[in-house]
Design a binder for this molecule. Structure first.
Ligand code: PLP
Length: 410
C-alpha cells in the first residue's frame, strides 16, 4: 500500500486473544466497526463510488478475489455499507447480510435472485402493498407460480407447500391488523418440503426478532423503519447464510443496482446503536396505550398482540417476548369518526411511515390500502374505522392524554 488511507479492519484494538461472545447491546454499539490509520472514533462515511489500486497487478488480483477489506465499486460493496451489514448480521444471528437501497429492493432481491420460471412459492396474503405487487404481479410475469394462503392458518400452509416448493414468504406480523405468523411452525412445514423460509420481519424489529433460531433462512428488513428510527433515510437489508448472500443474492443485486448509498448505510449503522433502547421503550409505550384504550366504548376494537385478549398473544410472547411497537384501533363510528380523531391529533402525526421516533397514525383504508377492492379490505380486516398507530418515543402519558382527548371529540 503506497501510503494514504489504510483500513485496519474489524479488530483495531486488542491482540485478538479476547473472546468475542459479546452480548447484543455491545454488538449494537461496536460490531462491524472498521477504522482507518487515523483511528477515528465514529465510523467514517466512505462517500466514494470507486477505489484506487496501487498497480495494475493489484487491480487484477482484486477482481480475481477481493479480500475482506478490499472493495471494487460501491454498487458491489463499500466500507461503510460493510460495517452496517456486519452489525445487522451479528444482531440477527446470520453469517452475512447485504444492504440495499430500500426495503423493497431487499424483498425483491431476496426473491428474484433465487427464483426462475417454473418455480413455486407460497406466500401469506396479508402483505405490505409493494410486497404483494412483487409476489402477485412481478414473479408471476416471469413464470413463477405463487400460492397465497392465510398465514395464520397452518393447515393452509400444509396444503399449499409441496415437494419442490422453492420458498415461502411472509411478514411475521402483518400490516395493518397485526396478525402474528408462527415462524417455527411455518418453517417446519417449509423445510420438510425443502423450501427456503424468507421472512419480512419489519414489524417484529431486529430487537424482538429470534427468527433465525425459529427456522427462518433469510430475514429481510426495511431499515427505513426502526433501524433508522428517525424517519430520515431509505434502506433495506437481507440477512442469511454466506452461501446465500454472496453466491445467490449479491450477484443479482450488484448487477441490477439495488445498492444502498454509503451515506444511508451510515445513518442505519448509527441507528443500530440505539435500536434496542428505542424498540424496547416503544413497545412498553404501545402496551401502555393499548391497555389505556382497551374497553373504550368509542372503539370497536383495540388490536395489540401484547394484550392478553389478542388471539395470538401466547404466540407473540413465545416468538418475540413482546407485543411490538405498533397497535391498531378500530373507531366504532367508521371513517367519519376516525377522520375526526385523526384531525384532533397534535403530537401524533398523520403519516404512513412506521418505526419513527415520532408517533404516527395511519388510516389504512384511505391511504396505504386505498387501492384494494372493498371485499379485499374486508377480508384483511381493514375496516373504515381502523387506525394504525406506530408508537414513538414521546412521553407515553402525553400520548394517552392526546388520544383520550381526541376520542372525546368524536
Ligand atoms: C416499509 C415496508 C417495506 C418496504 O420498505 P421500503 O424501505 O419502504 O422500501 C416492506 N415490508 C414491510 C413490512 C414494510 O413495512
Amino acid at each position: 500500500m503506497a501510503g494514504g488511507f489504510l483500513l485496519r479492519g474489524r479488530i483495531a484494538q486488542g491482540n485478538g486473544t479476547m473472546t468475542r461472545d459479546w452480548n447484543r447491546r455491545t454488538q449494537l454499539v461496536h460490531e462491524g466497526a472498521r477504522r482507518s490509520q487515523y483511528g477515528e472514533m465514529a465510523e467514517a462515511i466512505f462517500l466514494t463510488q470507486g477505489f484506487v489500486y496501487d498497480s495494475a497487478e493489484a487491480a487484477e488480483a482484486r477482481f480475481l478475489q477481493a479480500g475482506p477489506d478490499e472493495f471494487i465499486y460501491a454498487r458491489y460493496g463499500n466500507p461503510t455499507t460493510r460495517m452496517f451489514e456486519d452489525r445487522i448480521a451479528a444482531i440477527e444471528g446470520t453469517e452475512d447480510a447485504f444492504a440495499t437501497a430500500s426495503g423493497m429492493a431487499a424483498v425483491n432481491g431476496a426473491l428474484m435472485s433465487m427464483l426462475r420460471a417454473g418455480d413455486h412459492v407460497v406466500s401469506s396474503r396479508a402483505l405490505f402493498g409493494s410486497c404483494l405487487y412483487v409476489l402477485e404481479d412481478v414473479l408471476v410475469r416471469y413464470g413463477v407460480e405463487v400460492t397465497f394462503v392465510d398465514g395464520t392458518d397452518l393447515d393452509q400452509w400444509r396444503a399449499a407447500v409441496r415437494p419442490g416448493t422453492k420458498a415461502v414468504f411472509f411478514e411475521s406480523i402483518s400490516n395493518p391488523v397485526l396478525e402474528v405468523i408462527d415462524i417455527a411452525a411455518v418453517a417446519g412445514i417449509a423445510h420438510a418440503a425443502g423450501a427456503l423460509v424468507i421472512v419480512d420481519n419489519v414489524f417484529a424489529t431486529p430487537t424482538f426478532s429470534r427468527a433465525v433460531a425459529q427456522g427462518a433462512d433469510v430475514v429481510v428488513y426495511s431499515s427505513t423503519k426502526h433501524i433508522d428510527g428517525q424517519g430520515r433515510a431509505l434502506g433495506g437489508v437481507v440477512c442469511g447464510t454466506k452461501a446465500y448472500v454472496r453466491k445467490v443474492l449479491e450477484p443479482y443485486l450488484k448487477h441490477t443496482g439495488g445498492a444502498i448509498s454509503p451515506f444511508n448505510a451510515w445513518v442505519m449503522l448509527n441507528g443500530m446503536v440505539t435500536l434496542d433502547l428505542r424498540c424496547t421503550a416503544m413497545a412498553d409505550a404501545a402496551l401502555e396505550i393499548a391497555t389505556a384504550l382497551q374497553g373504550d366504548p368509542r372503539l370497536a376494537r383495540v388490536i395489540y398482540p401484547g394484550l392478553p385478549d389478542h388471539p395470538q398473544h401466547d404466540l407473540v410472547l413465545r416468538q418475540m417476548g413482546s407485543g411490538g411497537t405498533l397497535l391498531a384501533i378500530d373507531v366504532a363510528g367508521g371513517k367519519e369518526a376516525a377522520f375526526r380523531l385523526l384531525n384532533a391529533l397534535e403530537i401524533i402525526k398523520i403519516s404512513n411511515n412506521l418505526g419513527d421516533a415520532r408517533t404516527i397514525a395511519t388510516h389504512p383504508a384511505t391511504t396505504t390500502h386505498q387501492r384494494l377492492p372493498d371485499a379485499a379490505k374486508a377480508a384483511l380486516g381493514i375496516t373504515p374505522g381502523l387506525i394504525r398507530l406506530s408508537v414513538g418515543l414521546e412521553d407515553v402519558g402525553d400520548l394517552i392524554a392526546e388520544l383520550k382527548a381526541a376520542l372525546a371529540v368524536i
